[in-house]
Design a protein around this ligand. Structure first.
Ligand code: SF4
Ligand code: SF4
Ligand code: SF4
Length: 250
């Protein structure tokens, strides 16, 4: 029996989630490679494929209408499409530009009019094609990705967490950032990362986006009352990795 074909495709992003996949070096990843053929993966190999694929991991946001045909081609060829990383699931950090004016001039100055800088609003890939599963994070949690692929190969439905990072943080018995005179967004951030940031003494910035129907007003209230944020800063804080998913909840 032929082995399942897995391919990586990238759109608007830093490709850090592909790089993350090359960072395994452990037994679990090498074991995976015994069971699948990776047939396209720009960060690790030069081969490309136009053949049917079993699992497509699609990285990056949909920011140019010109990318729609390529996304549709991936969808037509793939049995399963996974939005791979936060740029693909919610438009991630790319969505910051959706809330800025003159961002090209700010970055590129007099060269802002270059044709290769043309782009539209940053959107998740689900704005262009049907997505079957989400692998959240900036970058993705490589062990979660391995688990999703393993479940799919075994015909099981992957379980994607829809509860807050606070749950995983408390499981680790980490002291809350608010008790260290800091701030945190773990109350509404989507779990699945095992809460490494608070464990390292830094706030959760919700790089995996928010749980479904997050209570953003309560988050802002806590940021103001417990962390001393201004109301404006508290409102802006939620935009970093979550701008497009926020639009969907308001
Ligand atoms: S989700 Fe983050 S690490 Fe992954 S491609 Fe986007 S910006 Fe890079
Ligand atoms: S540190 Fe953050 S994630 Fe952990 S319990 Fe406090 S608010 Fe929640
Ligand atoms: S703790 Fe928060 S910022 Fe850190 S990896 Fe998890 S979701 Fe991302």
């Amino acid at each position: 029996m032929s082995r399942p074909k897995v391919a990586f495709f990238d759109f608007t992003c830093c490709e850090g989630c592909q790089i993350e996949f090359t960072n395994y070096g452990d037994v679990a990843f090498l074991e995976l490679l015994k069971h699948v053929d990776v047939v396209e993966f720009r960060e690790a190999m030069s081969e490309k494929t136009t053949d049917p694929i079993d699992i497509a991991l699609v990285e990056g946001s949909f920011t140019r209408e010109a990318d729609r045909a390529k996304l549709e081609s991936v969808r037509e060829r793939a049995k399963i499409v996974i939005a791979y990383g936060q740029c693909a699931t919610t438009a991630g950090i790319n969505a910051l530009k959706n809330h800025q004016n003159d961002y090209k001039e700010f970055v590129y100055g007099d060269d802002a009019g270059q044709a290769n800088l043309a782009s539209q609003k940053a959107l998740p890939i689900s704005a262009a094609i049907k997505v079957d599963y989400m692998a959240y994070g900036c970058p993705v949690n490589k062990y979660e990705v391995l688990q999703i692929i393993a479940h799919l190969l075994h015909g099981k439905e992957p379980v994607i967490p829809n509860y807050p990072v606070c749950v995983e943080c408390k499981r680790r018995e980490t002291v809350c950032r608010y008790d260290e005179a800091d701030h945190c967004m773990g109350q509404v951030a989507r779990a699945g990362c095992t809460a490494p940031c608070p464990a390292e003494g830094i706030p959760c910035e919700a790089c995996r986006g928010f749980v479904d129907q997050p209570n953003i007003r309560a988050l802002e209230k806590v940021l103001v009352e417990r962390a001393g944020f201004s109301q404006k800063r508290a409102a802006e804080k939620a935009l970093m990795f979550t701008a497009n998913s926020l639009e969907a909840t308001q």
